[in-house]
Write a protein that binds this ligand. Structure first.
Ligand code: GDP
Ligand code: MG
Length: 303
């Protein structure tokens, strides 16, 4: 594991693309002026950070440069790292204090929900927690089988029905099993593709009602999984799900395969939803709790 650890490796493509551009801009200036900030802002927008967030970062840069009397363009990089780290801070911890607690995992097809659940299950198990998975993506038989493979791999229990079964009924049974077996954490998979968006949202609402009714006092996390390689699309999905499903956090997957890791900032700042995990590969160990400082370091520090 190199100097940066897993998150730094996962961010390599983003760092290479973003930091090459930032460095070459900074090298082109001998003093700090408006033009420098404008060029930086442009690079951040192209790096999927989002227009609003890019402008906010540059405004803070301007303020701090002034306050601290900084004159050397080469000091801007460290300053950006600090600003980004601060922006990402807050709300990244999961709240799972009750026994059981529930994590509902939602998101469109192919973003990495089932894989993320497998990785999370292994993580919690390693912390000594008793985990039970609910195969509430009943849309395709393969989805249930895939979750079973992950349950095996992680060494945790799974509750499943047949293909086409009512997902809310699967969730009901999973919660009942969790109570009966004294599980600490219930993690429910869901389908990402139904005939239309209203259908999907109705189904998620129904699942939510079952959980609220069966476990009124339990801690619940509704995690939206989005795929970093889709850039601004991931931001749009987060916006839609936030308004329809009341998400508590984001899991950003496939950071390892993309230069578009800047979307983390767009999601955090524009939507005010905390990122709780990042996926940096397909393996069971490739899910990291989101660490703002490590993330910012992975973006800005020189190798
Ligand atoms: P779902 O439809 O949302 O349940 O998505 P899946 O969990 O089936 O994942 C879709 C594909 O994305 C699979 O091939 C996964 O191995 C892959 N995947 C998931 N997370 C990551 C990640 O963090 N990095 C990479 N490189 N691939 C991932
Ligand atoms: Mg799936």
């Amino acid at each position: 594991m190199g100097f940066f650890g897993k998150i730094g490796q996962g961010l390599k493509k983003t760092r290479d693309s973003l930091m090459n551009s930032v460095s070459s801009v900074l090298k082109g200036f001998t003093r700090i002026d408006d033009e420098l900030f404008e060029e930086l802002e442009e690079i951040l927008v192209m790096g999927d950070v989002g227009a609003n967030t890019a402008s906010r970062i540059c405004q803070q840069l301007r303020d701090e440069v002034k306050q601290q009397g900084i004159t050397d363009p080469m000091e801007i990089r460290t300053l950006m790292q600090k600003i980004v780290s601060r922006m990402l801070e807050g709300g990244q911890e999961l709240t799972l204090t009750t026994k059981p607690s529930v994590i509902l995992v939602i998101g469109v097809n192919g973003v990495g929900k089932t894989t993320t659940i497998g990785k999370m299950a292994a993580n919690f198990k390693a912390q000594g927690k008793k985990v039970i998975l609910g195969a509430a993506d009943t849309f395709r038989a393969a989805a249930i089988e895939q979750l079973e493979v992950w349950a095996d791999r992680a060494g945790v229990d799974i509750v499943k029905h047949g293909q086409g079964a009512d997902p809310a009924a699967v969730v009901f049974d999973t919660v009942s099993a969790a109570k009966a077996r004294g599980a600490d954490i219930v993690i429910c998979d869901t389908a990402g593709r139904l005939h239309n968006k209203k259908n999907l949202m109705d189904e998620l609402a129904k699942i939510g009602r079952v959980i609220d009714r069966e476990l009124p006092d339990a801690d619940k996390e509704i995690l939206l999984v989005v795929d970093a390689t889709t850039g601004q699309n991931a931001v749009n999905q987060a916006r839609e799900f936030k308004s329809a499903a009341g998400i508590t956090g984001i899991v950003l997957t496939k950071l390892d395969g993309t230069a578009r890791g800047g979307v983390v900032l767009a999601i955090r700042e524009d939507l005010q939803v905390p990122v709780k995990f990042v996926g940096v590969g397909e393996g069971i160990d490739d899910l990291q709790p989101f660490d703002p400082a490590a993330f910012a370091a992975g973006l800005f520090e020189e190798e």
